[in-house]
Ligand binder design. Structure first.
Ligand code: GLP
Length: 259
């Protein structure tokens, strides 16, 4: 794991944007895995800026989102489809038929999940997956206790996640109880991953995910077993890391030949 700590969210997003732009320069038809929540918003703003100011093109890019609420239509303002259209897809030159988000209104949820897995496989697999982290350690919507080998499936949200995500809804009763999410195993199949976390509220869970034992009770901790993961966090989210000084030293002394 490479831990990159920067003072602000914007600086973290700028590093993330550069990594994605470099990938697109190398592979114009790359497959990106995308996340929702408030964390990736600065990254998406940066990508939209790079598209506008630096001619970064997404015209051949395919995307797969991690998850979607069950029961919300794509034009519901709290759906992840709506979020992606607003925060990113509407601001770049991506082809809408190249973007994929689980259909939370599918009649046959089980088939929808299998088809989602097939679509990821047929695309050649995800080159780079963007992740946030829930305050309970979830990635996608893989709540504590999720099988570390799980695939795309229906999950029930924990009370904590419902409470955390209620801020996007009028009240917590409106937060759907169920979702479709890529599994932990699906996420781990990505060739590389970047996990972003910002703010003091994420400091405890970042220290558990990065430095604690690998455990299904902290699903993000499985990333310790992946060969290509960058954890990009602001100083507040990094504040409880035991090896903070070492991570800063590694980043400051990164050889030029490393990206
Ligand atoms: C939701 C999403 C996750 C995201 C998490 C954190 O539960 N399903 O993918 O990482 O929220 O949200 P935030 O970035 O708003 O803290």
């Amino acid at each position: 794991m490479e831990i990159i700590i920067r003072p602000t969210q914007e600086q973290c997003a700028s590093i993330g944007g550069r990594i994605i732009a470099n990938l697109i320069k190398r592979k114009s038809d790359a497959v990106l895995g995308l996340a929702t929540g408030s964390t990736p918003i600065p990254l998406y703003s940066e990508l939209a800026r790079m598209h506008k100011d630096e001619e970064l093109s997404f015209s051949e890019i395919t995307t797969f989102n991690l998850d979607e609420y069950i029961g919300l239509s794509g034009d519901h303002p709290c759906s992840y489809q709506f979020f992606m259209n607003e925060e990113l897809f509407g601001k770049i030159d991506i082809r809408s038929d190249f973007t994929h988000i689980p259909n939370g209104e599918a009649e046959d949820i089980e088939s929808e999940c299998l088809e989602y897995e097939d679509a990821i496989r047929s695309s050649g697999g995800i080159d780079l997956q963007v992740l946030g982290i829930g305050s309970d350690g979830h990635i996608g919507f893989n709540e504590p206790g999720s099988s570390l080998g799980s695939r795309t499936r229906i999950k029930t949200l924990t009370g904590k996640t419902i409470e955390d995500n209620a801020r996007f809804f009028d009240n917590s009763n409106q937060v759907p109880r169920h979702c479709i999410t890529m599994g932990v195993g699906t996420i781990m199949d990505s060739a590389s991953l970047i996990l972003f976390a910002f703010g003091e509220g994420k400091a405890d869970i970042i220290s558990k995910a990065v430095e604690g034992p690998v455990s299904a009770m902290v699903p993000a901790s499985i990333l310790q077993l992946h060969p290509s993961v960058k954890v990009i966090v602001d100083e507040a989210a990094a504040s409880k890391l035991a090896n903070l000084d070492y991570y800063n030293e590694v980043y400051a002394n990164k050889p030029d030949w490393q990206e």
